[in-house]
Write a protein that binds this ligand. Structure first.
Ligand SMILES: Nc1ncnc2c1ncn2[C@@H]1O[C@H](COP(=O)(O)OP(=O)(O)OP(=O)(O)O)[C@@H](O)[C@H]1O
Ligand SMILES: [Mg+2]
Length: 457
């Protein structure tokens, strides 16, 4: 329960606030003088202090200073008697969190308290991140609340006890590398984690990148070079975008995984594999294997344990949690104190399609935090998402996949079409059902499935 200390000499204000705030669920203490207030704070520090500037014994500013001395994080909301610019400025300069004017408006006070508590919570989170030695690799750093994510956490736990190959599948930006790092950190934290992007390197070089080469094995091989498999020692080789590996190299990789040894390019010595292999892809490898675009024996070898990360739009309940978590991280990096997004913005976020998944959310938040003036990010801070059209767009845009060359699933098309019809027609529920040619219960089910809110009756 959050605690509040009220320091005000006006007993009627003290009593009213005590009643009201207790009712709101806070633990409340009231003091009528600055000295009493300070003593109470020292004995039992409150999360938020509501402090009158004019007190009988000492000046409110002096109390503010003492409170700050006592605890740097204390959130003080000053009560100023009139709309006096100078007092207000002094209060803020003195380290007050916020100020409100007399007569006290309850909504205004409520808002200030909530903001102060949120800010406190955020500071605690940041502190937690700062004191946590290996911050980005704990399971706790993967945000996920739904069943699918919980199953993933379980799998992460299980595979962290062995060294089996893991195949991580999911759309771009869903956290594939993050999951791989968490597994690695839980299995062999003191060994290297080495990521290789199979699409970024031409085939011939990729082979020597992975397995190394002997001096003189090809033009330009002026010295022996160790490959990623050797460099990873007993850690992890993370093969990102494995779908892009040539069939030829796929055959070599399969042999290495079966025999657990390899030769450097141009060499004869056998080198033992100590590293664990994890692979990631945003393609449907099984389908590619069926079409002969990926070796099916390698697919089965990699697929011993598969983790399929659902796209963000199918687990929208994670969005608020991700925002909290990402903002704490961003605040820390950018030395900002952004506490959240406005309700209006949250609504847009909850409806948005997120083709770039968590990475897109993270990028949007970073950009907004860099330019934001306030503590709460509003519509103006996200010009990219501001307009309705942007959140779904034209017919052509509707069929555009997250990535070039990738096709949409039927569910994705259906979701986008339903959103478009709802957005562009000012019709009631019955009429929308008619347009879509489905019954009301079916419509309701689809709204639920895609997390679409529809408020017109
Ligand atoms: N569940 C999550 N909780 C917290 N942060 C996440 C989560 N998922 C992803 N992120 C963050 O989002 C960003 C993108 O994640 P990551 O690079 O792991 O995605 P990816 O699936 O490998 O993407 P790509 O396919 O584009 O390579 C990272 O900064 C990561 O830390
Ligand atoms: Mg990645």
């Amino acid at each position: 329960m959050a605690s509040i200390l009220v320091i005000d000499d006006d007993s009627s204000i003290g009593e009213t606030l005590e009643l009201y705030l207790t009712e709101e669920g806070y633990q409340v203490q009231v003091a009528q003088t600055g000295t009493d207030g300070l003593n109470m704070y020292v004995q039992n520090p409150a999360d938020v202090v509501i402090l009158d500037i004019r007190l009988p014994d000492v000046d409110g500013f002096a109390v503010l200073e003492d409170l700050k001395q006592e605890s740097e994080n204390v959130k003080v909301i000053m009560i100023t008697a009139f709309h006096d610019m100078e007092t207000t400025i002094n209060a803020m300069k003195g380290g007050a969190f916020d100020y409100i004017h007399k007569p006290i408006n309850v909504d205004e006070l409520d808002m200030a308290i909530k903001k102060a508590l949120k800010s406190l919570e955020m500071e605690k989170k940041i502190e937690g991140l700062l004191t946590e030695p290996s911050r980005s690799f704990r399971v706790g750093d993967i945000i996920g609340t739904g069943n699918e994510m919980r199953e993933i956490f379980k799998t992460v736990g299980i595979v962290s006890q062995s060294r089996t190959t893991v195949l991580i599948q999911g759309e771009s930006g869903t956290g594939k590398e993050l999951i791989a790092k968490v597994i690695h950190h839980n299995t062999s934290p003191d060994e290297p984690f080495i990521a290789v992007n199979c699409s970024a390197i031409v085939e011939t070089l990729l082979e020597s990148e992975l397995f190394g080469h002997e001096k003189g094995s090809f033009t330009g091989a002026i010295a022996r070079k160790l490959g990623k498999f050797e460099l990873a020692r007993y850690g992890t080789v993370f093969l990102d975008e494995i779908s892009e590996m040539s069939l030829n190299l796929q055959a070599k990789l399969l042999r290495v995984l079966q025999e657990m040894e390899f030769e450097r390019v141009g060499g004869k010595d056998k080198v033992k594999v100590g590293a664990r292999v994890m692979a990631a892809t945003n393609k449907d490898l099984k389908a590619m294997a069926k079409e002969g675009k990926f070796r099916d024996d390698l697919f089965y070898r990699l697929n011993i344990v598969a983790i399929n990360i659902p796209p963000l739009r199918s687990r929208r309940q994670d969005i608020p949690h991700l925002i909290d978590y990402l903002l704490a991280k961003i605040n820390l990096d950018l030395h900002k104190k952004v506490i959240g997004v406005s309700d209006e913005m949250m609504e847009i976020f909850m409806k948005y399609n997120w083709p770039g998944n968590v990475r897109e959310l993270e990028n949007l938040l970073v950009r907004a935090c860099v330019v934001a003036k306030g503590q709460v990010l509003g519509k103006n801070d996200f010009p990219e998402l501001g307009t309705e059209e942007k959140t779904a767009g034209s017919m052509a845009e509707m069929f555009q996949a997250a990535e070039p060359g990738k096709l949409l699933t039927l569910d994705e098309v259906e979701e986008r079409y339903i959103r478009k019809v709802i957005r562009e027609n000012d019709k009631n529920k019955g009429e929308i059902c008619e347009v879509l040619g489905i019954s009301r219960p079916t419509f309701e089910r689809k709204l639920e499935k895609y997390g679409i809110t529809f408020e017109r009756e």
